[in-house]
Write a protein that binds this ligand. Sequence first.
Ligand SMILES: [Zn+2]
Length: 89
Amino acid sequence: MVDTKKVKENLQRMTNRVSATASGKVQPHKHCRVCFRPIKLSCEPRVCTDQACMDRNVRDEKNQKQMRIWMFVFLGIFAFSFIGPLLLR
Ligand SMILES: [Zn+2]
């Protein structure tokens, strides 16, 4: 047998959760990618106004750029190890 009381309870809990988010209690927002503090949705880059966070973001972006360059280099070597022998034949 289905416990109707429990089902009703679950249903109420679910609808409560939905209405809580739908009523706009939680405004759309972003989080600082360094300290995860809530920031404005329009914040770009995605960091708060903290100087430490901004520095960290700049450093991370530099690292990411460097990583991307290295990936291209390795990909180039990898591709050449396949294509090279074919071209030199
Ligand atoms: Zn921050």
